[in-house]
Design a protein around this ligand. Sequence first.
Ligand SMILES: Nc1ncnc2c1ncn2[C@@H]1O[C@H](COP(=O)(O)OP(=O)(O)OP(=O)(O)O)[C@@H](O)[C@H]1O
Ligand SMILES: [Mg+2]
Length: 112
Amino acid sequence: MKKIEAIIQPFKLYEVMDALNEIGIHGMTVTEVKGFGRQKGHIEVYRGSEFEVRLIPKVKIETVVPASLLEKVIATISEKAKTGKIGDGKIFVSSLEDVMRIRTGEKGELAI
Ligand SMILES: Nc1ncnc2c1ncn2[C@@H]1O[C@H](COP(=O)(O)OP(=O)(O)OP(=O)(O)O)[C@@H](O)[C@H]1O
Ligand SMILES: [Mg+2]
């Protein structure tokens, strides 16, 4: 299993969520976050206005998927989240050891 953490622009959230739903992603966690990348201290556009801040609002999508779906998920997120401008975000991938679905006690891929 793989855990994908995608940091994206907030206005892209629903487009990305809809596309992930279409490829059969069954669960995700979405969090409002703030962060910075390489342009720290430089101007980035947020909600149509340019401003200089050290922490820019972003959205983090976390989803755990079978390893076989990984490439499809990355392609979907990157295609939908991309504007081509700075601040489009990043996708972090890690291996996940185990999952338990609390109600049923199922573990591993059955629990996703
Ligand atoms: N190395 C990192 N570790 C953890 N979070 C990061 C890292 N780089 C970026 N982020 C997160 O992703 C968000 C978006 O990053 P961003 O897209 O600006 O990266 P970048 O490397 O500056 O690329 P770009 O040049 O396209 O802007 C940041 O606000 C931060 O929340
Ligand atoms: Mg940046």
